[in-house]
Design a protein around this ligand. Structure first.
Ligand SMILES: Nc1nc2c(ncn2[C@@H]2O[C@H](COP(=O)(O)OP(=O)(O)OP(=O)(O)O)[C@@H](O)[C@H]2O)c(=O)[nH]1
Ligand SMILES: [Mg+2]
Length: 496
């Protein structure tokens, strides 16, 4: 700091400064000379302003080019949002922590959904009149369990009502099958009975409001009232034994098998950890959050600051989109709902495809024996391959880097171990060995072949076999992707 006396002496010194003296107008300057001098000064100022403006423009461009953009693509349930959660876990752990409470409610809804699928299967067995179905007979005890689990309807209603105000647009985005149809009419309402997240909905804030109340315990900086009788966890806890009895019942297992319902392979499966997730003070772990299922609709942008080695940090933007075959309303700047992903060349998608540094495309390869939730006539693996074809052959993406995640390999391995034959669903595979190595090699070749065929110019392509619910292995893969993109951007001069 400069004291008053010292400041005066500085000001005085400035008057004597040789530069100030040199720039001062000559003492005997004529009117004409003064005019000419001022005109020259104005001209010099103009040039200086133009230079400043250019420098600013360059600085802004530099900033823009320093941001690395990644678009996550793939069919619904392929693992896009789970990949995004991995990014959040590694690069924005604070935000990940603060959302823990919201994910608690999603896990609870996932448990309710698994039970609904089982209860629907029971209702189907009860109502079917086809003797050829050979469904096992349900005992009075089964039916008593079914009745006793009806309070779960309240859990679902409470969570959904608090999640989004009734009648609002957000409600449209998040409703399950109409609760008035309950208890559990077969295949009621929404085919998948899934909870959806509209990326434009402040759902996490809504959940947090729901969970806070008067008697509070702080969990990692968040407030939650575990003793509130209205907390959905209380009812879930009370139903825990009945849920476990139903899930472990051999007749019910047989019934699910006969209806080809592999509840354990669905996203958001927690019935194998009932004791923990229904315990009164349950808080989801990182793994639980990665496994929780919340369907995305719309598009959302997520920003991270990432560093590779000891290089400067760069801004990263990761775009997560909903992969379901449905019409969704994009952010307000688009007037019309547009078909998402199915028409990747649609004008509305240009801003997302244009200017991306890389696409991470997720193909869930365990889904070879499943059909789409949106259209039961379409095999999921076939749908992934068609979507891959349409993405890699899109002219807008011809030079975009592509990273392919052949995902859900954990489920693939379990299925193969249980004897499900890949060749029975993928005819072109023929009678090659039904083991993980042969099948994954076959699929890698298949996807790479389509890319090669559809790419007029050579481009960067990496393929990984992934289980994105496993944060450890995914962390390594994402680090590779990150380093590779930063290196490539540096080579192209974009980040220099
Ligand atoms: N077992 C297993 N589950 C996975 C894997 N990847 C994702 N999941 C689960 O599958 C479910 C669907 O994953 P999401 O990430 O929500 O899928 P998405 O592609 O975002 O789906 P949409 O939002 O509908 O487009 C979630 O419950 C995930 O936890 C995996 O590699 N293995
Ligand atoms: Mg999603």
């Amino acid at each position: 700091m400069v004291g008053k006396g010292r400041r005066q002496s500085l000001l005085h010194a400035q008057d004597d400064d040789p530069l100030t003296k040199a720039m001062a107008p000559p003492p005997n300057e004529t009117e004409a000379e003064r005019e000419a001098r001022l005109a020259a000064e104005r001209e010099a100022q103009k040039r200086s302003d133009a230079i400043d403006e250019e420098l600013n423009r360059q600085r802004i461009n530099e900033k823009k080019s320093k941001c690395v953009k990644i678009l996550l693509l793939g069919q619904s349930e392929s693992g896009k949002s789970t990949t995004l959660k991995n990014f959040q876990l590694f690069h924005s752990p604070r935000a990940f922590q603060t959302e823990r409470l919201s994910w608690r409610a999603v896990v609870q809804l996932n448990v309710v959904r698994s039970i609904r699928i089982i209860l629907d299967a029971m209702a189907e067995a009860q109502t079917t009149s086809d003797p050829a179905s050979r469904y096992p007979t349900l005992t009075p005890e089964h039916l008593r369990l079914k009745m006793r689990l009806s309070p779960l309807q309240q859990v679902e209603e409470a969570l959904l009502r608090k999640l989004t105000p009734a009648g609002s647009y957000e409600f449209e985005a998040t409703h399950l099958s109409p609760v008035t149809n309950l208890p559990y009419s077969p295949r009621a309402g929404n085919a998948s009975g899934e909870l959806q997240l509209n990326s434009l909905t402040p759902w996490k804030a809504a959940f947090n409001r729901l969970m806070t109340s008067t008697t509070r315990n702080s969990v990692e900086g968040q407030d939650v009232d575990f003793n509130d009788p209205k907390d959905p966890g209380v009812i879930l806890h009370a139903c825990k034994d009945d849920i476990a009895t139903l899930w472990n019942d051999p007749v019910i297992k047989k019934l699910l098998d006969m209806q080809r319902l592999r509840v354990q392979d669905l996203g958001g499966f927690f019935l194998d950890q009932l004791d923990r997730v229904t315990s009164p003070k349950y808080m989801p772990t990182d793994d639980d959050i990665l496994r929780a299922r919340l369907k995305t609709i719309g598009v959302s942008e997520h920003r991270f600051t990432l560093k590779a080695g000891n290089m400067v940090s760069h801004d990263w933007r990761v775009y997560d989109v909903g992969g379901a075959r449905s019409l969704v309303r994009l952010p307000a700047f688009y007037d019309e709902p547009v078909p998402i992903l199915r028409f990747p060349s649609s004008a509305a998608w240009v801003p997302y495809f244009d200017n991306m540094d890389a696409i991470i495309f997720l193909a869930p390869i365990s889904c070879f024996d499943q059909v789409l939730a949106e259209d039961s006539s379409v095999n999921r693996l076939e749908d992934s391959i068609l979507l891959w074809k349409s993405v890699v052959s899109n002219p807008l993406l011809k030079s975009t880097n592509i990273v392919l995640f052949l995902n859900k390999i954990d489920i693939l391995k379990t299925k193969l171990a249980a004897g499900v034959a890949f060749g029975s669903y993928v005819v072109s595979y023929g009678d090659r060995p039904n083991d993980f190595e042969s099948i994954s090699r076959y699929l890698m070749k298949k996807f790479a072949g389509i890319l090669k065929q559809s790419s007029p110019e050579p481009r960067m392509f990496y393929c990984h076999l992934t289980t994105v619910t496993d944060s450890r292995s995914t962390s390594k893969i994402l680090t590779n992707v990150k380093d590779m993109l930063i290196r490539q951007n540096l080579e192209d001069g974009n980040l220099l």
